[in-house]
Design a protein around this ligand. Structure first.
Ligand SMILES: *Cc1c(COP(=O)(O)O)cnc(C)c1O
Length: 428
């Protein structure tokens, strides 16, 4: 389908839904209500919807706990002692990794700190960090406090990549230039894989290659990328990455994070780390002896006993991802977001009240479009919500709309466009 084939009509949207090979997945999720009306939900970039199977997965572990108690750790196929292994095939597929390069654990912000303990080791000569300006606040606080932990001054250490004057997104050439210009002092490149505010996907492969040429480590925060865009972390040679599972990965509020550590670091007992017993050689864990011996691969960064209930909810969603497949999801995602873009252009017409700040190039974006509303922004957004459209508002004037291929339909996008058109007439 080409963009020129799109039509701003209810029949067109309905027809697209009928032909959609992924349409059956929508029924697997619960949709929230706004004032008693079922929502048109475009907020999977903030909190993904609940799969209808999540309850069963959790209930099963509650039953195991009730019936087996401590024996649950080693009983049968679902023994909690090995529970971390279950999510690996799906996680490896979602981020493009080997199974030994990924593991689910902790929360994103905790993981990024632990990974930086290993991969940010500033020296007198090599200490600088490159990141994107306007990064997600947790990332800013993490970098600031990591730097201070090493007795360095954040202003002298953290280099922020800013878009050119009059532009909203970063150009790859400018990112690469900044990396090479700081070559002699650069310790780490750490940025979002997909910028949460603009929706821009960075060229992680090129950034990783450039970072390595500069002699730095390269890591990505994939909160908005995991489960949204195709990733090949292993092939791209990324050193480390982490993500959360409650956005596009539909695992429940605040649920468990995942990490990626490239296999070149799989056997590096000398890398600094803040260890815990769950990262210690599994065969010897219960000898309870001194002397930390990390497990092979990402597992060696685990600290604590696996969170079984959290992992159960996580698995309910991962099983859906495996069934859907990232390739098919991406195909639909490009069509669906392309349709949203087309409708926005139709509505906008000559007046141009809305500017899409997310890149046009599909390789540089996921499902989210960020709309800069030049007039009446908050009133327009509130009107959308009155009509049961759940998107999100980012100060001062951006509405983020994220149609996800798992549970959003072409009809959702069409209805959104109709209501947006009305509210723009009213307020802009
Ligand atoms: C959502 C998000 C986080 C949240 O971190 P938690 O530790 O899960 O609270 C961090 N970074 C980015 C880029 C995010 O989008």
């Amino acid at each position: 389908m080409k963009n020129t084939d799109y039509r701003f009509s209810e029949d067109f949207a309905r027809n697209m839904d009928e032909q959609d090979p992924m349409k059956g997945f929508r029924e697997r999720f619960y949709f929230p209500k706004v004032d008693g009306k079922e929502a048109i939900y475009f907020c999977g970039n903030s909190l993904g919807l609940q799969p209808k199977t999540t309850k069963e997965y959790i209930q099963k572990e509650l039953d195991n706990w009730a019936n087996l108690a401590v024996d649950g750790h080693f009983h049968g196929e679902d023994a909690w002692y090995h529970v971390r292994k279950k999510s690996k095939p799906a996680l490896a597929e979602i981020v493009g990794a080997h199974e030994h390069e990924v593991v689910a654990m902790n929360n994103l912000s905790s993981n990024l700190h632990f990974l930086m303990v290993s991969f940010y080791q500033p020296t007198k000569d090599r200490f600088k960090i490159i990141t994107e300006a306007g990064a997600f606040p947790s990332d800013m606080y993490m970098l600031e406090t990591q730097v201070k932990f090493h007795d360095l001054d954040p202003d002298q250490t953290i280099i922020e990549l800013k878009p050119r004057e009059g532009e909203y997104t970063l150009r790859t050439e400018d990112i690469l230039k900044t990396i090479s210009e700081n070559q002699s002092q650069l310790a780490l490149v750490m940025m979002g894989g997909l910028q949460y505010y603009t929706g821009q996907v960075f060229d992680m492969e090129a950034i990783t290659a450039a970072g390595h040429v500069a002699g730095a480590k390269v890591g990505f925060d994939l909160a908005h990328a995991a489960g949204n865009v195709p990733l090949q972390l292993h092939d791209w040679g990324v050193d480390f990455a982490t993500w959360c599972s409650y956005k596009y990965m539909n695992s429940g509020p605040g649920n468990i994070s995942g990490i990626f550590v490239h296999e070149r670091h799989a056997e590096s007992p000398d890398l600094p780390r803040f260890a815990g017993w769950w990262g210690h050689d599994e065969g010897e864990r219960f000898k309870m002896e001194k002397g930390f011996k990390p497990m092979f691969g990402a597992d060696g960064w685990q600290l604590a006993n696996s969170n079984v209930i959290a992992l159960a909810a996580h698995q309910a969603s991962l099983d859906i991802f495996q069934e859907a497949g990232m390739d098919r999801l991406r195909q639909k995602s490009e069509l669906l977001t392309g349709y949203l873009e087309f409708l926005l252009q139709e509505i906008n017409g000559e007046r141009g009240v809305i500017e899409i700040i997310t890149p046009k190039n599909t390789n540089e974006r996921g499902c989210q479009l960020s709309l800069l509303v030049k007039k009446g922004g908050k009133a327009v957004f509130d009107e959308l919500y009155q009509n049961a459209i759940v998107g999100d508002w980012r100060h001062p004037n951006v509405i983020r709309i994220a149609p996800t291929p798992l549970y959003n339909s072409f009809m959702d996008v069409y209805q959104f466009a109709k209501i947006l058109e009305q509210s723009l007439h009213k307020f802009a």
